[in-house]
Design a protein around this ligand. Structure first.
Ligand code: NAD
Length: 378
């Protein structure tokens, strides 16, 4: 990423209000340096299992270890390979055994230091070992800072689909160092941005406008980055606070994900062809176009969304995914296999305008099939 243009002062704290499971998200440049002190204040004398991936370990682990040591926190480090394939039974089993072998107790903590893959996997380990250990998230990708580290969804993939095995297990603290994002590849940063703009599109037209004006600063690392991460986390915290276990409105956070997951599955999670956020970007575009097709959304809004996504360099069409895609029938099958299906009718997140998404439970599969066929042809 480009050099930082401004400095920001104190970290911003966004609270997640969930009664006795409430916690803080601390956001700012250099939060990493003070991580040990914050954790030691929260759980004095605790021992930690730091779970990270090889890429993050290479660049950022020395700084985290130094901070933990300086605060007198004993810790063991467990490293996994980077990539979606790591969210699997074999790694889950290995990590649970390593945490037990390190003799960590229930009052000790698992600390996830990485992107959404590490966070989801380490979170599920912390939910499972000794029936639940304390969990701390230190997200290192834009996607994980604005989305996956907040809200307590943890899990791994099954051969039947993504994230089908897991648990709700809230972290006790989220520490998001925005300077750490400087080492992310442009592609990963941009993919994470899809989840940022999602919050504007689903419920906050002012945030969308703000992003349309300020997205460049976010990418370049001005204070717009902290503001965007904080606003995104506040939006997610509000939704999660109202519906922790997704019995209703939390499903709004899936805007673009039903189509997006089908595309990820279509490329067999091959990150060289499509990463999660890119699937979400194309999925959000499809959700807006589908809403317009159903007569719910003005075409002008479709065009504004498309113009913004293109401006930031995100893909908006299925044809932009390299290689062959399966036919519409296969995409529909994988949509039906998603968790958002109930008694044959499909649940989609549709929209009536920028910032006006809603959950629609009775979508007819035949209409979706026809729409997908047409979109695959153009
Ligand atoms: N639990 C939830 O609520 C939730 C929400 C959204 C997504 N997810 C999950 O999140 C996962 C995707 O997360 P992701 O996009 O963070 O992917 P990721 O964890 O695979 O990270 C992407 C890549 O960036 C590298 N990386 C991480 N931090 C880095 C840094 N600071 N500098 C350089 N490289 C770095 C990683 O090694 C990896 O290669 C998916 O598995 C998805 O299902 C979960």
């Amino acid at each position: 990423m480009a050099d930082r243009l401004e400095t920001t002062a104190e970290p911003v704290t966004v609270p997640v209000n969930l009664g006795e499971r409430s916690y803080d998200i601390v956001i700012g440049r250099d939060v990493l340096t003070g991580a040990g002190a914050r954790i030691a204040t929260l759980m004095p004398g605790a021992r930690l299992a730091v779970i990270t991936d090889e890429t993050v370990a290479r660049t950022h682990l020395p700084a985290l270890s130094a901070s933990l040591k300086a605060a007198g926190l004993e810790h063991t480090v467990i490293t996994v390979p980077p990539g979606e394939q790591t969210k699997c039974y074999a790694q889950f089993e290995r990590l649970c055994d390593e945490v037990l072998a390190a003799r960590l107790e229930r009052g000790d903590a698992v600390l996830a230091f990485g992107g959404g893959v590490v966070g989801d996997l380490a979170g599920f380990v912390s939910a499972s070992v000794r029936r639940g250990m304390t969990f701390i998230q230190m997200p290192t990708t834009l996607l994980s800072q604005v989305d996956s580290s907040v809200g307590g969804k943890t899990g791994i993939n099954s051969r039947h689909g993504k994230n089908l095995i897991g648990a709700f297990h809230q972290p006790a603290l989220v520490l998001a160092d925005t300077a750490i994002l400087d080492t992310l590849s442009d592609r990963e940063f941009r993919a994470g941005y899809a989840e940022v703009v999602k919050y504007g599109l689903l419920g906050d037209a002012d945030f969308f406008e703000w992003l349309d004006l300020n997205w460049k600063g976010l990418f370049d690392g001005t204070s717009a980055r902290e503001e965007a991460v904080a606003r995104s986390c506040a939006a997610k915290a509000a939704v999660v606070g109202a519906d922790e276990r997704e019995s209703g409105q939390r499903a709004l956070l899936n805007l673009g994900h039903t189509f997006g997951h089908a595309l990820e599955s279509a490329v067999e999670y091959d990150g060289t062809r499509l990463v999660h956020g890119e699937g979400v970007s194309i999925g959000m575009m499809l959700a807006h176009e589908f809403s317009a097709r159903l007569g719910l959304l003005p075409q002008a809004d479709v065009e504004r969304v498309e113009a913004h996504l293109i401006k930031v360099g995100l893909p908006v069409r299925m044809q932009q995914i390299p290689g062959q895609l399966p036919p519409a029938e296969t995409l529909l099958d994988s949509i039906a296999q998603d968790k958002k299906v109930s008694r044959g009718a499909l649940t989609f997140i549709l929209t009536r305008g920028i910032g006006q998404a809603f959950v629609e439970k009775g979508v007819d599969p035949a209409t979706v099939l026809e729409f997908l066929k047409e979109k695959l042809q153009r």
